[in-house]
Design a binder for this molecule. Structure first.
Ligand code: NAD
Length: 456
């Protein structure tokens, strides 16, 4: 998968033989090589240990232990398997009903933490705190967040820790949970660290092939000529979707290049044009009878300190990053072009969570995108459509390559994985949200930032 971005020369150096020797001698950060998804490789580097004694542990074992699941499951009893380096550790914490019960977390994780391999996965599964039956349970379930985020900061060698909250009303078959568990227990989530994902109670249908979950779907990706958008288009196509790659008319050749590579369609479209929504709805309706997935990725920056801000910069950023994503969805819905079972995915930023000097316009727009997800999740749910956002941290692209070296190095290293992410990492998260198997996942914002210290 191509990423037309910059390369991290420092990482290349310290992971080389002599570089690694020097780095460990002088105490420099040594970013691990992250294990990423490949259809021909097993999802994890080793077996998965599942423990805990809540309502979800048996269904989880069934999912991961099913024949052909791709996982090598071991239960609490690891006798005879101690030579294996674990690929993942999953703990069902839904059985924890009060704060004293939280001790089960360290009792389970502490003994196995050093027995895990490269890019291991740690997943805690809990009950959505606001929906817990009693105050004591709500408190204990909320506490899981602090455990998971702290664990993320202790892990090394590309390992990550995540928390998944499952609605207490979810059916025991857990079909709505499987896509999330599979995403987290694979290289698709390589740069997603210390995130909290909330899953509702809807049932989901597993795809015929987990390597092609988007087969038969039609997707639109805005800003697809280059950078993150180009990779999102490639990944959605890899997962089986027909992709309409949209970008400003001036993007010309780069846009055709993206579309040709994936056997998709190039659609010149300025998302801020008055007729953008109408044009898009018309295109998808005429050619495909509608659209299943829309990814609002087109985005711009026009940085200035607030004291020097001008109308043009402010309006351009709010217009492309915030007003256009809302209007496009409104128009598609109004014209009945967004099909039931569909997914809207917006691209926010950690600047919308943490704020960023010189980016009051950008930070406003990207926080607004989170508001859009919050406000539209219940509205779109009535139409059987989900809406979620990814919030990338430091991603290696032309945009970040333009940042002055010293600032760039700080941005790149200030996270638990000690490196910048790749465009593929954002794209994989988008594809997870886009999957029809993720229809119980809506209203979430997942940061793709390696647990960046910014806004944490
Ligand atoms: P990029 O500048 O490389 O690509 C953005 C694309 O959007 C370009 O092809 C551009 O032509 C297109 N675009 C701009 N205005 C448009 C319009 N009016 N209509 C249609 N297309 C338009 O940027 P990128 O780094 O790939 O960023 C993609 C998204 O990710 C943006 O929303 C950005 O804010 C967000 N993001 C990026 C990073 C990062 O580290 N690169 C971090 C956080 C968030």
């Amino acid at each position: 998968m191509s990423s037309k971005g910059s390369t991290d020369l420092y990482s290349a150096f310290v992971t080389s033989g002599p570089g690694s020797f020097i780095a460990s001698r002088v105490g420099l950060p040594q970013p691990p090589t992250l294990r990423r998804y490949s259809a021909s490789q097993p999802p994890l580097s080793g077996p998965v240990l599942v423990g805990g004694d809540g309502r979800l542990v048996e269904p989880l074992r069934e999912i991961l232990g099913a024949e052909g699941s791709g996982y090598d499951l071991i239960s609490n009893n690891t006798t005879g398997r101690s030579a294996d380096k674990l690929g993942a550790v999953v703990f069902d914490a839904t059985g924890i009903k009060d704060s004293a019960g939280l001790a089960a977390l360290y009792e389970f994780f502490a003994p196995v933490i050093r027995s895990t391999g490269n890019s291991a996965r740690f997943v805690v599964v809990g009950t959505t705190p606001e929906l817990a039956a009693k105050p004591d349970e709500q408190i204990a379930q909320r506490a899981l967040e602090g455990f998971t985020r702290s664990l993320g900061k202790e892990l090394r060698n590309g390992a990550t820790a995540q928390l998944v909250y499952v609605s207490p009303k979810a059916k025991t078959g857990l079909s709505g949970v499987e896509s999330t568990v599979r995403f987290l227990l694979s290289g698709r989530s390589a740069y997603v660290d210390a995130q909290v994902i909330r899953i509702g109670d809807a049932d989901a249908q597993a795809p015929e092939d987990w390597d092609k979950p988007l087969a038969g779907k039609v997707a639109v990706v805005t800003g697809a000529a280059r950078g993150i958008g180009a990779t999102i288009a490639e990944v959605l196509a890899r997962d089986g979707a027909h992709v309409i790659a949209a970008d400003i008319p001036a993007a010309g050749e780069a846009l055709s290049e993206t579309a040709n590579k994936i056997n998709g369609t190039a659609l010149p479209l300025d998302v801020t044009a008055d007729d953008a929504g109408a044009k898009l709805a018309e295109h998808v309706t005429e050619r495909h009878g509608g659209v299943d997935i829309i990814v609002n990725n087109a985005g711009i920056t026009r940085d200035k300190l607030l004291a020097n801000m001008d109308d043009a910069r402010w309006n351009a950023v709010i217009g492309v990053n915030l007003i256009a994503p809302q209007r496009l969805v409104d128009e598609l819905v109004a014209r009945d072009a967004l099909r039931k079972g569909g997914a809207v995915i917006d691209v926010s930023s950690i600047a919308g969570i943490a704020g960023n000097r010189g980016q009051t316009n950008y930070g406003t727009s990207k926080a607004g995108v989170i508001g859009l997800v919050d406000a539209y999740a219940p509205i779109l749910a009535k139409k059987g459509v989900t809406i979620n956002a990814v919030a990338p941290g430091f991603i290696e692209t032309a945009m970040t390559a333009a940042i002055p070296l010293a600032t760039r190095e700080v941005g790149r290293r200030m996270n638990s994985l000690q490196q910048g992410g790749q465009t593929i990492d954002v794209a994989e998260t988008v594809a997870y949200f886009a999957s029809p198997a993720s229809n119980a996942v809506s209203g979430n914002v997942v940061r793709v930032c390696g647990q960046s210290l910014l806004g944490a």
